[in-house]
Each structure stands twice: as C-alpha cells, then as structure tokens.
Design a protein. Structure first.
Length: 358
C-alpha cells in the first residue's frame, strides 16, 4: 500500500545525514567499476537507501542493481513487489526479484518462520550478487534497527559480542560482503529525507503487530522511552553497541595472538595448547581463545554455548595443574578436548571432519 511522505521539508540535516552516511562507507565505494546490489523491500528505509545512492552521483547510479524478495507471508506481498519494480524501472535501475516460499511446514523445522525468511532472503541476495558480479550487497538497517537488535539480545541473554549488535560489514558469501551503511541514521531521518524528495513507500502493516518481539520492543518499549524520561535511548543503545564492538574486537585480537603463541598442530590434525601461561589469564579471555580456535578451524559453532566454553576453561586449568581426574570432554559438532602430556590440552575432531578453515 503506497503511503505519502507528506509535505516536503527543506534540505537540512536529514538529506545531509543520509548522503554523509552513504558517502563515508569505504567498503563499497572502493570498487567504482563493480555492480552494487541494493536490497529494496519497498519500505521507507530501503527506498531511502536507493534514492540516496542515486543522489551521490550518476557514476554510482549506473552500478546499482535492485533486489526484491517477495515473501509468501502477507497477501500484500505482490503489491510491494509491483511497487519496487515500478520504482526501479522509473529511475532506470535494473531490478530482479524472487518469490520465497517461507510457509513450508516440512522445511521450517526448528528455525521458525522469521529465521527461515531471513535465511532465504540472504540466500537470494547472495545469488543476485553472484549473478551480477557484485562484491557488495547493501541493506537499509538504521540506527533504530540497531537499538532494537541490541535490546532484543540483552533481554534474551547475550555476551559482549552480542551487545555489539549488527556489524556494519560482514561476510554474506564467498567474495561477497553485506554492508549496512545507514546504521548511524535514524528511521525518522530517513522519512524526512523521503519527504524532501517527495517519494512514497510501501508500508508493511505487520510492523505494527506487537505480538512480534521486535515490534513489541519498537512500539511498547523504545517509543515510550523516547517519549518519556529517556529521549536519547536509541542513541544510547547504539553507542553501547559501538563500545561493545570495540571491546569484542580487542578480545578477539588478543585471543588470536595468544592462540598463535600457545598452540601447535599435531600430526593427526588436532590442536595442542600449552596451558601453563594461559591458565593465569582471566577466564573470559581464555574462553575467547577457544572461540577463536573454533572459528579458525571451521568447527561447528552453532551448538557451542557459554557453558561449553566454561567447561573448556576449567579443563584447561586442570591440564595446567596436570590434574588427570578430568581428562576429556566431548563437545558439540564431534569435537573432543583431552588433557595431554606436560600440561597441554589437545582439541580436535573425535572422527574425520572436513574443516572449512581457509
């Protein structure tokens, strides 16, 4: 359903903020000859992203490819697709779309509808990037989305890395990155920008359904905070995310350095950790060393919980004391950690395992 942006406002901070955020993103501006895939749902934020990119200059506009995912979750989905198609064709940008079958009872299993929709959507975006030769896919997550993500993770339970929220850039597929250039721009700013250019958008009515967790946080918690005693709540959560990202990156960097200094590969492919020096470190840093090890070796991380990492920290301490009472632990993904000779800890697959390590 098309919604008017209302009367145009002067070119003030709104347009300047949008253009500044887009122009400051080196991840995709650094490849001026490559296509750029822009994910456009038809909502205000993604429409604003597309039009903002066009305002940077014609050289950028010629590189854009619009990608629209039509989910089978709402009867209005074909209308949204038609809106995006008309918009892209009207501004001379090629568009590709795909209907995603999310409501498949046999396929949803434990991931849920939202999880399956997200996975299929990002898979589609990666396919478009591969087909067009685009190394980057841009999505329109804003500062408000970041604040909601951080609060959602806090309430569900998360660590320092989770407090960082959505990263500005992450890997989407081999050779393809997902870029979020609008994480510093508010949702209200995007709508003021659209008002200035006189552009409508398609409103997703399900965004008002507070039975959904993210919508509940948006409408019942954050909006009340902003209207009440915490007018800067969104900005405060975003700042927390930036600070947490810095701490998480520092921990990861330190853990990687320590792993390089205190680990060796055995002939059978397992990793041997020399534990005496590591056992004197703070437990969170030791746990991060194991996170770095799992990531580096390409071992399955999905089912590794905080409790598993605490178990590994205790086992490393036992190995440093050469305490043989707790000699080994089996971990998710077919991984085993066992105390070795001379205050060492051996970690590796219990059986042949194809690593995704690069």
């Amino acid at each position: 359903m098309g919604v008017s942006a209302g009367e145009a406002s002067p070119l003030d901070c709104a347009t300047a903020a949008v253009l500044a955020a887009l122009s400051a993103e080196p991840a995709w501006l650094g490849t001026p000859s490559s296509p750029v895939v822009v994910a456009v749902s038809g909502g205000a934020d993604s429409v604003g992203l597309l039009l903002g990119l066009l305002q940077i200059g014609p050289a950028v506009g010629r590189r854009l490819v619009v990608a629209h995912a039509e989910h089978d979750l709402r009867p209005e989905a074909p209308d949204d697709r038609a809106f995006v198609t008309r918009l892209a064709e009207g501004i001379g940008v090629p568009v590709t779309w795909r209907r995603l079958t999310v409501r498949d009872p046999a396929a949803v299993r434990g991931e849920g509808l939202e999880g399956r929709a997200r996975r299929l959507r990002y898979g589609f975006l990666a396919d478009v990037a591969r087909e067009t030769g685009a190394p980057h896919v841009l999505v329109a997550h804003t500062a408000d989305d970041q604040a909601e993500t951080i609060l959602h993770r806090v309430l569900r339970g998360t660590g320092v890395a989770g407090l960082a929220g959505m990263r500005r850039t992450r890997a989407l597929a081999d050779g393809i990155s997902l870029v979020r250039p609008l994480l510093t721009v508010s949702r209200a700013t995007m709508r003021r920008f659209l008002a200035h250019v006189g552009q409508t958008w398609a409103e997703d009515v399900t965004n008002t359904d507070t039975a959904r967790a993210r919508n509940f946080l948006r409408h019942e918690i954050l909006s009340r905070c902003a209207a009440g005693p915490y007018p800067a709540s969104t900005a405060a959560l975003v700042r927390l995310g930036v600070q947490a990202a810095g701490v998480a990156d520092a921990l990861a960097s330190a853990a990687g350095y320590l792993l390089d200094r205190h680990a060796e590969r055995l002939p059978d492919g397992a990793i041997r950790l020399r534990t005496r020096d590591l056992s004197n470190l703070a437990p969170p840093l030791v746990a991060e060393i194991f996170v770095a090890l799992w990531r580096r070796e390409g071992w399955p991380q999905r089912d590794m919980t905080e409790a598993h990492y605490r178990t590994l920290v205790r086992l490393l301490g036992a190995a440093a004391r050469e305490d043989r009472a707790a000699s080994s632990r089996d971990l998710p993904g077919g991984i085993r950690a066992s105390t070795g000779p001379g205050a060492t800890l051996d970690v590796g697959p219990r059986q042949p395992f194809i690593s995704t390590r690069r």
